[in-house]
Design a protein around this ligand. Structure first.
Ligand code: OSB
Ligand code: MG
Length: 368
């Protein structure tokens, strides 16, 4: 595969409603898009980093810096046998997986388009439709949350995830379960607790949740293993799983029973696939997480979630839940059964609207 040009663009997109987690609220997204061109075709990727280093260490600025100065020079002008070979090119770069992962994902899209296959088929996807859930942020009050849950359940979403933090947890779940005793429900703490909160967290077992996501520190496995011993509710790890080794060690130590795979967090499709395969062999179910992506990152998530061990509904949901107008056509839509059809056209399978992207771009730089 010969890559002739790589273009970075930063776009800004206001969310239709602010999204609040235990580490802060997001109102306006700033995302870096990566466009690769070569052999007469193109591919797109999206950096999923936040605006500040609060979910993980990366942010929009560090991603631009690492792509421009370190990742792009490892690809441009250096023949690449396949997209699968890109991930190991980035091995010398420690961390910054959301930055390198966006370029890696763009190369997979390019390679799939050149082969005339869908990205899903190209990475080994087998599911033609993926099950979807939603992630609902912390709200002003519980009535507001109950109203949002009702809207999403009525739209057909297969599971509801709510965000929790100290002061917005047990009493809130009590009200949610009173109102919705039968829905598939889970809670995501984004590292808001410590092992010393074990007795408090044990109260979660009353709510027969599908799982509790990332209750403890973002870089921890050991305390999660201790907590899992004490909890009936399955623990799902998100932030703690950045590499295949973390997944192997989490499984070996019993730090979780489920893993959330995010394309950016683990550094692209090849690394996501390796974690997927390791979980499948260990009978650990996985699901696809979200990072408030534009259509480009969202389309990559749809392809990723078509791999066979993505058996639980993910956080990949309809474009319109986030944006008044997305940057792809058609936008990502969800059926009344709470599923997304995996597109069959070449590459991402959605058309990237470059006019809309240009209108939203606040900076761009090309490298050849
Ligand atoms: O922890 O899964 C998370 C959004 C931003 C940062 C972290 C997380 C999330 C979400 C939203 O839960 C998922 C989505 O709807 O894209
Ligand atoms: Mg999470």
């Amino acid at each position: 595969m010969k890559v002739e040009q790589i273009t970075l663009r930063e776009i800004r997109m206001p969310l239709v409603a602010p999204f609040e987690t235990s580490f802060g609220a997001t109102t306006n997204r700033r995302m870096v898009l990566v466009e690769v061109q070569g052999e007469g075709s193109y591919g797109w990727g999206e950096v999923t980093a936040g605006e500040g280093p609060f979910y993980n260490e990366e942010d929009t600025e560090t991603a631009w810096h690492v792509l421009k100065n370190f990742a792009i020079p490892l690809i441009l002008g250096k023949p690449l046998v396949s997209a699968a070979a890109a991930a190991s090119r980035f091995d010398p770069i420690r961390g910054h997986r959301m930055a390198t992962g966006a370029l890696e994902a763009a190369l997979w899209d390019l390679e799939a388009r050149l082969a005339g296959r869908s990205l899903s088929a190209h990475i080994g996807g087998t599911q033609r439709e993926i099950p979807c859930g939603v992630s609902i942020g912390i709200q002003k009050n519980v009535d507001e949350l109950l109203h949002k849950i009702r809207t999403e359940v009525e739209a057909g979403y297969q599971r509801i995830k709510i965000k929790i933090k100290p002061g917005w947890d047990i009493a809130v779940l009590e009200r949610v379960r009173e109102e919705f005793p039968l829905i598939r429900l889970m809670a995501d703490a984004n590292s808001a607790y410590r092992l010393a909160d074990q007795n408090h967290l044990k109260q979660l077992d009353r709510f027969y949740l599908m799982m509790v996501e990332q209750p403890l520190a973002y870089d921890d496995l050991i305390d999660h293993a201790r907590l899992q011993q004490a909890l009936e509710t399955p623990i799902c790890l998100d932030e703690s799983i950045r590499t295949l080794r973390h997944a192997e060690q989490a499984i070996e130590t019993g730090a979780c029973r489920i893993i959330n795979i995010k394309l950016g967090r683990v550094g692209g499709h090849a690394r996501a696939r390796a974690i997927h395969d390791c979980c499948q062999a260990a009978k650990i179910p996985v699901w696809c997480g979200g990072m408030l992506e534009s259509g480009i990152g969202r389309a990559h998530n749809v392809a990723l979630a078509s791999l066979p061990n993505f058996v639980l509904p993910g956080d990949v949901s309809a474009s319109r839940r986030y944006w008044t107008q997305d940057v792809i056509t058609p936008e990502v839509e969800v059926s009344a059964q709470g599923t997304i059809r995996v597109p069959e056209g070449p590459g991402l399978g959605y058309e990237v609207d470059s006019d809309r992207i240009e209108r939203r771009a606040v900076r761009r730089e090309s490298f050849a």
